[in-house]
Design a binder for this molecule. Structure first.
Ligand code: SAJ
Length: 451
């Protein structure tokens, strides 16, 4: 009698095929599971079935191309009944009241409740407020009459992947598996084990929920600190990048980088799930949120001061200004919740009619950038030639190819430390060159003395 079930006979249903659901579905299918990737958007399902995704991460695009015709992967607008694993990866934005909007999670849970079978495991990957996994488990017990921990299994296993490097991080990052009961966490591990190389850490659901929210809140607080270091340094006329780099030589200090603000769907959102639930213990988180939320406005005002000065100094001239980078962080194509875009759009709306702006955004199709109201330059080098000044809002790798000397010929407002990185790179190249020169000299000396 056959006792083990193969991966191909194990059915996985991913609910929500977005930034997290898609890579998870691909990796699960690639590992050998039979995967139904379910999404309510027929357009998205249609595109994915043809191997098309809007996500611009090459390894993910390649894996989709390889797997979209595989019998192990099926994109669908209806979920799989009686799957062994249901993985919920739907968005959890916040409401105007700053409380978590968990309506997508509940909608997913209600959709799958009638489809569960004895032995099904439900994994919540979406970032959620503390206590939600237990509420979901109670709801599922009531709806199905099945007992959680014995008949069905419910766990929270938060995703931790960094946009820009998703597939690698999904495979290699450590995972936290929070079960409603210990058996639930063990069951969830059976889903991840075939494709996750990172260590799996077992805990309860509430702790896993808290871990995820604390991770992103801790980053928010650290970025707020970096942004305030920058504010102090501007006031004191010191280079904040240099201060941070030097402080980071201390073995127990690791400051992050100041920037134009905190964007994306995670760091600027998740702390609110804690602030709204635990107002008495989240003063620090609330302050960090305030500092980071105010940052784009502060950067915008610094830029307008410089532009006003330029206009004052050339009273009869028309100025051409390049805006470099619009996405929410470097080397991604995502413009949503982007502080850089917020600043750039404000500049377009408010600047003098003696200034013409163009945008350089190497990671987004020029049509999309034009649709946002910008004139587009595709090459940073050409933008530099055309411009009287450059505003660097996002430190894309493409901009790091330019020489510091060329950039310094123009007025540059650098919101993200591109100039400092280029200077550091130049200094380290000089250092390497000097070291090579020194060793060559030593070698020559040795050779001539041994002759
Ligand atoms: N930022 C700074 N300074 C820095 C680092 C980031 O201003 O030193 C800004 C970025 O430019 C961006 C924002 O913060 O606008 C967020 O970027 P990020 O790279 O810190 O984070 P996300 O939102 O891309 O991804 C985060 C990650 N969480 C942590 O690093 C703790 C990721 O691992 C999570 O999976 C993801 O949130 C998520 O989905 O929750």
């Amino acid at each position: 009698m056959k006792t083990t079930i193969s991966l191909a006979e194990t059915h996985v249903c991913i609910i929500g095929v977005g930034y997290i659901g898609l890579p998870t579905a691909l990796l699960a299918a690639n590992a050998g599971f039979s995967v139904t990737a379910y999404d309510t958007s027929a357009t998205r399902v249609n595109q994915l079935s043809q191997g098309i995704t809007a996500i611009c991460e090459q390894d993910l695009v390649d894996l989709l191309k390889e797997l979209h015709t595989s019998p192990r992967l099926h994109f669908a607008t209806f979920p799989k009944a009686q799957a062994d694993f249901y993985v919920i990866a739907v968005p959890t934005p916040f409401l105007e009241s700053k409380q978590a909007d968990v309506s997508y999670v509940w909608s997913a849970v209600k959709t799958i409740a009638p489809l569960l079978k004895q032995g099904s495991t439900v994994i919540l990957e979406s970032t959620i407020p503390v206590f939600l996994t237990n509420s979901v488990a109670t709801f599922l017990e009531q709806e199905t009459g099945l007992l959680v921990g014995t008949d069905i299994f419910v766990a929270h296993c938060p995703e931790r992947v960094l946009p820009g490097n998703m597939l690698f991080e999904l495979v290699n990052n450590a995972r936290v598996l929070g079960g409603v009961t210990p058996q639930c966490a063990q069951k969830a591990a059976r889903f991840y084990a075939p494709f996750v190389k990172g260590t799996m850490h077992f805990t309860n659901a509430k702790a896993a929920e808290m871990v995820k929210l604390i991770e992103n809140s801790s980053r928010d607080v650290q970025i707020a600190l970096a942004n305030q270091v920058d504010q102090m340094c501007v006031a004191a006329n010191i280079d904040s990048r240099e201060v941070i780099a030097l402080a980071n030589h201390h073995p127990r200090v690791k400051l992050l980088e100041p920037g134009p603000g905190v964007g994306g769907h995670c760091i600027a959102v998740d702390p609110w799930f804690l602030i709204s639930a635990f107002p008495q213990a989240t003063q620090l988180l609330a302050t960090a949120r305030k500092i980071n939320d105010e940052r784009p406005n502060l950067v915008f005002h610094r830029i307008t001061e410089i532009l006003d000065k330029m206009l004052f100094e050339s009273p009869t001239r028309h100025l051409s200004i390049g805006i470099w980078g619009l996405t929410f962080k470097p080397n991604v194509d995502d413009l949503r919740e982007s502080p850089a875009l917020e600043i750039a759009q404000k500049l377009l709306l408010s600047a003098s009619n003696r200034i013409t702006f163009h945008a350089v955004e190497p990671n987004v199709h020029p049509h999309h950038v034009q649709a946002l109201g910008f004139t587009v330059e595709t090459e940073a080098e050409r933008s530099l030639t055309l411009s009287d000044g450059i505003i660097v809002l996002v430190k894309h790798n493409a901009f790091k190819q330019l020489s510091l000397a060329t950039l310094k010929e123009k007025v540059v407002f650098d919101a993200c430390g591109l100039l400092f990185d280029l200077a550091t790179k130049q200094a380290s190249l000089k250092q390497t060159e000097a070291t090579r020169h020194y060793f060559e000299k030593q070698q020559q000396k040795q050779t001539s003395s041994s002759q």
